[in-house]
Design a protein around this ligand. Structure first.
Ligand SMILES: Cc1ncc(COP(=O)(O)O)c(C=O)c1O
Length: 402
């Protein structure tokens, strides 16, 4: 059975071109990028080339890029690093403004900072998972030290009106961070045009290796290091560089930039085919996320009367990999905080699947996935007391009207 992978927002496969770029640094060049001899200089040159490539994807200067162990560390670095330097600047507790639909890498970091005496505001979102820029303006207090609003949501793909939010932060002189882990490589990013001060990306969402990412820090933005150690990364992140990983991220960023327009268009076409096919084949389905201001590869849909986990497991048996709208992978079955923040009823949030497409998906795979979802939803609904009850009431309603 040919398996169909529709879970690219969870992670992407390693691009063969990325692997090729990394291999010499795993096999032949073992130098420490801080060493002065030839082996060290080769590693340093590769790290700096990767820095230029990552900066190129974001419209940044190479010296504004700090390599990290991934998106989670980049988010932690931005939030904790800004707050650390802001402490004690005013008599009031440092105030952080964020959205209620952030990834746990941001939400749990903000909660950690609250335990350490910070104040936080979690902005609501509308039914499309979008933050109203006015709510940012209203939330900002004199003690505000940082705003963090993600560029694209990982669960429903909605894009935020970030340039507008950045404009408000700039007027008020408050630095702004964005988690662009899902947006990078999928929508064009220009840190200058956006006006963002800090921006996180992760390699494994753009066909690079896992365990490496980067934080863009606009020149002049004050951020304390998160990891103390040697003088690496211009003293902004201690620890011997993960040279092969960084090289992989650099090549992935370069390829993502080259492919972006074409891949986004092709993925959007397939995603729309999937959406239309599912609408036609599966009754009682609702799409979540913004209809147009959305990542081109993401489709999140709620299927009434069924549990997403049952759908996911049955689809896996059919060879189709997707995600659910609950955090079951982390061991709890809480409905997604994103869907709840959007006002989706709890039962419906439980029956949600996320399909996230990638550059190698084909029309044939999408058509097979539509057929598989239709089969699986019908099978799982056939076992659902909620669905039988609904159908019974519908039939009774129809006969009493007849
Ligand atoms: C929006 C967002 N932020 C942060 C992360 C964490 O990135 P990493 O897996 O590189 O730590 C993810 C990963 O799923 C994500 O989707």
């Amino acid at each position: 059975m040919e398996r169909i992978y529709l879970d690219h927002n969870a992670t992407t496969p390693l691009d063969p071109g990325v692997l090729e770029a990394m291999l010499p640094f795993l096999r032949d060049f073992h130098g420490n990028a801080s060493s002065f001899h030839a082996a060290g200089r080769a590693a340093r040159a590769a790290v700096e080339q990767a820095r230029e490539r990552v900066a190129g994807l974001l419209g940044a200067q190479p010296r504004e890029i700090v390599f990290t162990s991934g998106g989670t560390e980049a988010d932690n670095h931005a939030l904790r690093g800004v707050v650390e330097l802001a402490r004690g600047r005013s008599a009031e507790a440092p105030h952080i403004v964020t959205s209620s639909i952030e990834h746990p890498a941001v939400l749990n970091t903000v909660q950690h900072l609250e335990k350490q005496g910070c104040r936080a505001t979690y902005l609501p979102v509308d039914a499309f998972a979008r933050v109203d820029p006015q709510s940012v303006r209203e939330a900002l207090t004199d003690a505000a030290v940082l705003v963090s609003v993600m560029l694209a949501n990982n669960e429903v793909g909605s894009l935020q009106p970030l340039a507008e939010i950045c404009g408000i932060c700039r007027q008020r002189g408050v630095p702004i961070h964005t988690d662009a882990v899902q947006a990078a490589g999928r929508v064009p990013i220009d840190v200058g045009a956006l006006g963002v001060d800090l921006l996180s990306i992760s390699s494994h969402k753009i066909y690079g290796p896992k365990g490496v990412g980067a934080l863009y820090i606009r020149r002049g933005t004050r951020v304390a290091p998160l990891i103390h150690g040697g003088h690496q990364e211009s003293r902004r992140r201690g620890g011997t560089e993960n040279v092969a990983g960084i090289v992989g991220l650099g090549r992935a960023a370069q390829l993502a930039g080259e492919r972006l327009a074409r891949a986004a268009e092709a993925e959007a076409r397939l995603r729309d085919r999937l959406e239309q096919g599912l609408r036609a084949a599966v009754p009682h389905m609702r799409v979540h996320g913004h209809p147009t201001e959305r990542l081109p590869n993401t489709l999140t849909a709620g299927f009434r009367f069924v549990e997403g986990e049952a759908l996911l497991l049955n689809l896996d048996l059919e060879g189709v990999a997707v995600s659910t709208g609950s955090a079951c992978s982390s061991g709890d079955l809480e409905p997604s905080h994103v869907l709840i923040a959007m006002g989706v009823p709890v039962e419906e949030a439980h029956g949600t699947l996320r399909f996230s497409l990638g550059k190698d998906n084909t029309v044939e795979e999408i058509d097979r996935a539509i057929a598989a979802v239709a089969r699986v939803v019908e099978k799982v609904r056939a076992m659902s007391p909620m669905y039988h009850d609904f159908e019974k009431r519908r039939r009774e309603g129809a006969s009493s009207r007849a």
